[in-house]
Design a protein around this ligand. Structure first.
Ligand code: 5AD
Ligand code: SF4
Length: 444
């Protein structure tokens, strides 16, 4: 029998995702919900979209400014009758103000309210931004695009209230997702062919601190051990952990569990204990370096990435030089560096004394990035001759080059020239040469 529902042409969804991995995950949820419940399919052409979603970031001012220029640009080219929805962190932070400033926006959906997407598209001028809304038990529709790598939220929100950070005001208080839901979801992903999980949370290693239902006591170290028992899951990554919660037991599990990838993001923010204190990070430079030393003792070849903010209120040249010296000491593989950007709702945005002039902050950023470039080049040279197990992610062919590429356990991108492999295949590669930050190798 012919099913008329199935043959009904789908509506088109265009989605723009700004910001972090958490937003990428939220966009996957938005797409899955709209496909499953509202018969939408994705388009990359905004002109043919019936619904345009902008999933926003508000961690710094720049992406927030971009939002309003983007809305204006979409308005000019969109199809007649197409709706525009603003989702994510800026939606949470600005709420109703978005509707006032951009009259062509149809609804505003905060980062904590993503599961309400199929309701708000039918509510003209809806503003759903409640920070106490609990998405932690919600079962989102399945993302049919998932292949051999998948993102898995293990907690929502953040309780840390670092003095510069808007996230606790856009994503609300921290709630962990119950273990049984995570195990069920991870097993489902494994049976659909997923080999690598990226666990997501603002503060992953604070997992288990609060659930919204009665729950047996558990921490992140135990969660890693439980998830790694799932057959088919061969690699587990996570982001972001907080240096404060890196106890010995966690670092030891990280080091010895063969399924846990040997790369870790350890956000430093500043190398100066004085600045860390005013940032309310809860640790000192000494604690940070103590954790790095222990980690490197357990795993000398571990890959470490970090976040550093320059030009925070009160940062002197000496404070900045402490960030430089930690960079030099740890020799991070990847550095995400930012100029401090005052954000609404945050304590630091009201501090007048000790503001760092923009020009000085820019110079510091440049000096930090130059030092990192030098370190990265040296780190890459030290990779020559090493053998890495690569999970193949891409086969690319262009006029300039043909190659297969994937990531090592330590999260380095490795290219294999003039060869194609199956996506999702593990291949042992010996590093033969290095160009900028990219390693090149051949199968061994
Ligand atoms: N200004 C600059 N960088 C910030 N980050 C968070 N808030 C701010 C801000 N107000 C950076 C931190 C964080 C990363 C995701 O963004 O380094 O770890
Ligand atoms: Fe922001 Fe600090 Fe929470 Fe990270 S830990 S999301 S920097 S408040």
């Amino acid at each position: 029998m012919h099913n008329f529902l199935e043959s009904k042409p789908s509506k088109k969804l265009y989605i723009e995702t700004l910001g972090c991995a958490m937003n990428v995950r939220d966009s996957e949820h938005l797409i899955a919900e709209l496909r499953e419940k509202e018969n939408y399919s994705l388009t990359e052409d905004v002109k043919e979209a019936d619904l345009i979603l902008i999933n926003t970031c508000s961690v710094r001012e720049k992406p927030e400014n971009k939002l309003f220029s983007e809305i204006g640009a979409f308005e000019k080219i969109k199809k007649k009758g197409a709706k525009i929805g603003v989702c994510g962190c800026t939606a949470s932070a600005l709420g109703e103000k978005i509707l006032k400033k951009a009259k062509n926006v149809d609804f505003v959906l905060g980062a904590r309210n993503i599961s309400k997407i199929s309701q708000v598209i039918h509510q003209p001028k809806a503003v759903e931004v409640a920070l106490d809304y609990d998405d932690s038990l919600y079962m989102f529709s399945k993302n049919v695009n998932s292949n051999f790598k998948a993102l898995l939220n293990i907690s929502i929100g953040c309780d840390k209230h670092c003095a510069y950070c808007i996230v606790p005001h856009t994503r609300g208080k921290e709630i962990s997702i119950p273990l049984d839901l995570l195990l069920k979801e991870a097993s489902k992903l494994a049976s659909s062919g997923v080999k690598e999980l990226l666990l997501l949370g603002q503060n992953v290693n604070n997992y288990g601190a609060r659930f919204s239902v009665p729950h047996p006591k558990i921490d992140f170290t135990q969660l890693l051990s439980e998830l790694s028992k799932i057959e088919g899951i061969e690699r587990i990554r996570f982001t972001s952990p907080h240096p404060l919660h890196m106890d010995d037991a966690f670092l030891e599990e990280f080091a010895k569990n063969p399924k846990v990838c040997k790369s870790i993001h350890i956000p430093l923010q500043s190398g100066s204990t004085k600045i860390l204190k005013s940032m309310k990070r809860g640790y000192s430079k000494e604690w940070y370096l103590n954790r790095i030393d222990y980690l490197k003792k357990l795993l000398p070849d571990v890959g470490i990435s970090t976040d550093i903010i320059v030009g925070f209120v009160g940062e002197s040249e000496e404070d900045f030089m402490e960030s430089m010296s930690v960079l030099e000491y740890v020799r991070f593989d990847t550095l995400y560096s930012f100029i401090y950007s005052p954000r609404p709702f945050t304590p630091a945005s009201t501090w007048e004394e000790g503001k760092v002039p923009k020009e000085i902050a820019k110079q510091r950023l440049q000096r930090l990035q130059d030092l990192h470039k030098k370190i990265l080049t040296e780190n890459s040279q030290a990779e020559l001759g090493k053998v890495h197990k690569i999970l193949i992610e891409n086969n690319k062919q262009s006029e300039i080059e043909t190659f297969s590429e994937g990531r090592s356990d330590t999260n380095r991108l490795v290219k294999i020239e003039d060869k194609f492999f199956n996506l999702g295949e593990f291949v042992d590669i010996k590093v033969t040469h290095v160009r900028n930050a990219t390693l090149y190798g051949s199968p061994c």
